[in-house]
Design a protein around this ligand. Structure first.
Ligand code: B12
Length: 222
């Protein structure tokens, strides 16, 4: 049964057909599959499968990429209500697009992937000032600040990630809150994250999930 469900769910997300994906989930529940298995054995592997397809095919469709993450987030939210034990939330992230940057698609994909990994996400939107990132991280007790930049100047400008680092430093928060960055400029220069003062970066939504979960664990065990 699991194989059929995985196949049908993958087909639905590859077709960017949200209704079909939910129909597969309803069928799986009706056949006795648990909400936990749907998230961990169907939804998360489907995201990984999508990423590996995209990596192999440079012309892969942005709509498929985007919808996989959005469907994953929506299914996960629905399944959380049905978990037999309250879901164990791994940690919390505040995410936003850097000061001066209005690009939002990448951030939304990362958010979808994080929700499917049981990471609580506070989305601050686009064009977020450095101070707001830090205030929100403190207010929500988040372990990670995630900053998306699609333009070189919104990755590097003094008001962007470098300022978040300076505020954390000045307030003695560097062990309590880690910074992760992502977006096109970081893919062109994989060392750029160090230059802007981040603790990590990731090239796509699925690897963002892994990097962020590692940073959350680092904070929690320090
Ligand atoms: C769509 C788009 C727009 C849309 C944005 C719509 C929206 N709601 O997001 C609109 C039309 C509004 C737009 C506006 C502009 N844009 Co534009 N835009 C793009 C375009 C075509 C695609 C960006 C995108 O959505 N990619 C798809 C997503 C899924 O990919 P992604 O963001 O990289 O995200 C993935 C990873 O990077 C990573 N990731 C992303 N964020 C994060 C965060 C973290 C923490 C982590 C870990 C990972 C991570 O995971 C994501 C999912 O896998 C790019 C070109 C390109 N091919 O990249 C130009 C591009 C980014 N834009 C560009 C420019 C110049 C502009 C404008 C200045 C144009 C203008 N003259 O007005 C304005 C800027 C407005 C502003 N102040 O922000 C330039 C930037 C150039 C540069 N070197 O800096 C680009 C590169 C186009 C180009 N070749 O010139 N844009």
């Amino acid at each position: 049964m699991l194989d059929d469900i995985i196949k049908a769910y993958n087909e639905a997300v590859f077709e960017t057909d949200r209704d079909a994906a939910f129909a597969v989930v309803d069928r799986a529940l009706a056949q006795g599959m648990t909400a936990e298995d749907i998230v961990f054995r169907v939804v998360i592997p489907a995201g990984e499968e999508m990423m590996s397809q995209i990596t192999k095919d440079p012309d892969a469709n942005l709509a498929q990429h985007f919808m996989t993450a959005q469907i994953a987030a929506a299914v996960t939210e629905k399944m959380l209500e049905k978990f037999q034990r309250p879901p164990e939330i791994i940690g919390r992230v505040v995410i936003g697009t850097a000061h001066g940057d209005l690009h939002s698609l990448g951030k939304r994909i990362v958010t979808g992937c994080l929700k499917a990994l049981m990471v609580d996400v506070v989305d601050l939107g686009v064009n977020v000032p450095a101070e707001r990132f830090v205030e929100a991280a403190i207010a929500h007790d988040a372990q990670v600040i995630a900053i998306s930049s699609m333009m070189v100047h919104t990755a590097m400008c003094e008001e962007c990630c470098p300022k978040v680092r300076k505020i954390l430093q000045a307030q003695g928060l560097e062990q309590r809150v880690k910074i992760v960055v992502g977006g096109a400029p970081y893919r062109f220069d994989p060392e750029l994250y160090r230059i802007v003062g981040a603790d990590g970066w990731a090239a796509d939504g699925v690897s963002a999930g892994k990097v962020i979960v590692d940073l959350i664990r680092q904070v929690k065990t320090s």
